[in-house]
Ligand binder design. Structure first.
Ligand SMILES: Nc1ccn([C@@H]2O[C@H](COP(=O)(O)OP(=O)(O)OP(=O)(O)O)[C@@H](O)[C@H]2O)c(=O)n1
Ligand SMILES: C[C@](O)(CO)[C@H](O)COP(=O)(O)O
Length: 250
């Protein structure tokens, strides 16, 4: 049965600090969103894509993807929302509405991937889909953490000049830095987003990834090996590293 990929590309890219949305920033002459879509398609494990675009730029993003011969799966572009989580929810709704009448049957596996991780390799996409199809309801790629990690008592990320007291050193052997694409059986992801949308006030969960919403339901999430090439582009430095990674691929 079909696999749908929700590709998030509606963020503004504040930390990258360029004058256009991050997903439209070019790496080796191609927008990040096109790199990410190409690799999802090249995996052979994705049947259709829904892309969340910055509001007002839906047609522009649709033509970028529609004009690229390597994006050879059906693509639907919808407006994103105010947070990543809300953008994924919007993409999921639109993608599932559009795909449920697919000739191969209803979508049963959904990937959620960030355009901000443009070089996630096709083999990683296949690894995640295979793990879901082998019976895991929620799968994330993750890498061991290389640095020593300390928890601070009063985090002040807004004030980098201030010294933060250390509470403890965390056992890094049990930590994984988690990437995308994250994979889910359809019912699990729909349930997780529905529950998140109904939480309010103090119970509202500021999940930074979709697997976090599944964890909040008490359902299992599994980690498969991630890939350094799937690194997230957050800052200008990350963009320069991605250019080097792309050069090494050739
Ligand atoms: N409202 C939002 C926010 C983010 N994203 C997407 O979620 C992914 C991860 O977000 P992040 O890297 O934090 O991107 P930005 O929100 O654009 O970055 P910043 O926080 O620096 O503004 C990106 O592919 C981004 O386009 C989205 O679709 N909708
Ligand atoms: C989903 C994600 O890519 C997993 O690592 C990440 O959490 C998104 O990053 P953000 O900067 O918190 O939006």
């Amino acid at each position: 049965m079909p696999t749908l990929a929700v590709l998030t590309a509606a963020g503004s890219g504040t930390r990258l600090g360029m004058d256009l949305p991050k997903a439209l920033v070019e790496l080796d002459g191609l927008p990040l969103v096109v790199h990410a879509a190409r690799r999802l398609c090249a995996s052979g494990a994705v049947d259709a894509l829904v892309v969340t675009a910055p509001a007002g730029l839906e047609d522009h993003v649709a033509s970028l993807l529609g004009d690229d011969p390597a994006v050879d799966r059906p693509v639907r572009v919808v407006a994103g929302a105010g947070t990543r989580q809300a953008s994924v929810a919007a993409g999921l709704r639109a993608g599932l509405d559009a795909s449920t009448s697919d000739a191969d049957g209803p979508v049963d596996v959904v990937l959620v991937h960030d355009a901000a991780r443009p070089l996630a390799p096709p083999r990683l996409v296949r690894r995640v889909v295979d793990a879901v199809r082998s019976g895991h309801g929620a799968v994330v790629p993750g890498l061991p953490v290389a640095d020593t990690v300390k928890r601070v008592t009063a985090a002040r990320p807004d004030d980098p000049t201030r010294a933060e007291p250390v509470a403890e050193t965390v056992d890094r052997a049990a930590l994984r830095a988690v990437q995308t694409p994250q994979g889910f059986d359809r019912a699990t992801l729909e349930r997780a987003h529905e529950a998140a949308a109904h939480r309010a006030g103090d119970e509202a969960l500021a999940a930074t990834d979709d697997a976090g919403l599944v964890e909040a339901l008490g359902l299992p999430v599994h980690v498969v090996p991630g890939d350094a090439a799937a690194a997230k582009i957050t800052t200008a430095h990350d963009l320069r590293v991605a250019a080097l990674t792309l050069g090494e691929e050739r």
